[in-house]
Design a protein around this ligand. Sequence first.
Ligand code: GLC
Length: 551
Amino acid sequence: MDQVKKRSDDFKNKIIYQIYPLSFCDSNNDGYGDIQGIISKLDYLKDLGVQIIWLSPIYKSPMFDNGYDISDYYSINPIFGTMEDFDCLINEAKKRDIRIVMDLVINHTSDQHYFFQDALKDKNSKYRDYYYFRNAGKRKYPNNWNSAFTGPAWEKVPNEDGMFYLHLYTKQQPDLNFHNEEVIKEVENVMKFYLDKGVYGFRCDVINQIYKTSLKNGKFRILNRGGEHYINQEGTHKVLRRFYDDLLSKYDTFLVGETSNLTTDEANKYIRNHELDTMFEFEHAMCDGVKWFPIIKKKFKMKNLLKPIYLWQNKVDWVSVYLENHDQRRSVTRFGDTKKYHKESAKALAVLLFLLKGSTYVYQGQEIGMTDYTDNTMEEMDDCATKYALQTAKKLFFFIPKRKLFKILNSMYNRDHARSPMQWDCSVNAGFNQGAKPWLKVNKNYMNGITVEQEKDDPNSILKFYKKLVSLKTNSEIIKKGDIKVIFLSNKYTEFERCLDDKKICVLINLTKKKVKYPIANINKEKILISSVETYDDKYLLPYQAIVYEV
Ligand code: GLC
């Protein structure tokens, strides 16, 4: 094997900001966010201290799964702009010392991609083997796997008796076949194209599922049935290592993997073998859902959130730390309090996010404490996963009215909650655009002051607090490089330390509405670096109080 070239690990301690382009800023007032909109906000991001932007997909796509269904990897979706706009974004970001990371969606393409269209039209097309076409024979489907969005993972091929194709997500997203050498080469060419344009790295969508070792039936499970044949397979390790050997080792780049169902040992295997540089842990993101069926809500408990986070902090070489993204509900709604303690709880969660070890990911709007958009109706629902889940729920619970099922799903699962347009100011549509109907409704609470404009001049705002945390992290070697030691964890509060050489920082976080007994008197107030509430009590941590202090 070739000697591994040491790449710079510059990505490690960066502040990474995720943009969901549809909802960020609509410069041409057509209801959809776009690249020129992003460019117009680069100064805002620079001022916030962002060093890397991760862009959710902007490639050409029929947008069934809002860009996670790519029909042409080499063009930009016209609703977002042109390739010239994208080049301009890379350059404008570079001028501000900000680098761009793209979403790389390679487990599947859109069913509109010419590979798939050609494979459908012509059984002898070379693209037929780019996907999984299988005959069901006497069975209902070729195997018993189900889609991540519920329902069967196979869709019938029109006009071909008994023939199906595999889709682990929606039927508009057929899975690519990574047993085929040419598929591997196609993906390498896409990465090379964007790396040569100056893109810094890739967030790799559902990457630990790309290789299907066999298509045998899976063990009975409600979710991910078949997973033992496609999650974390040896073949995936080999494909990712190929990407590194053939291409990625030659660039100063990094890959962050979206990797559900991963143990810490497996995570390190990806990292140590140069397959992925870092990844997202998933268990904490499911902490308020029932284990066997996470779309059913259960009461939030701090221990359930922090146990998996601490495990990964201690065991995995380099973690990507996040509390929300375009697939998760807003963290302040889930783990904080949107009524009495909106500010305090959003700040306490921010302390957790920034003080943990790893790369810090902020999802657009998190920095102003944006909350779930829960007032939507069944008719307004956009999220394809919720549409799928509603269909399945209706089959299983046919005796429950559809609206009621939607209400249950909406309280937990609907990915639209975190996708409502960014709240810039108090003008029409929260300044997302000039008044055209946005693709998804704006959260009305922009009128209550949850906007960039209102928060930017308020010294106590969530936004100002994020800025302080960014600067705290960027200027502290302990926070960037120090080890983490968990001192205490209960459902009331937690305490951990970050240590480097003989220096130590201590973090205390109360994520409840109640004050909890803790002898604050022992803390030297001069040594407090940041706190989510301004007042102190010598014996108690106040509701949602998070304090960081030097020891
Ligand atoms: C990832 C994306 C999600 C998408 C799915 C299928 O989980 O984050 O938005 O629906 O992959 O591509």
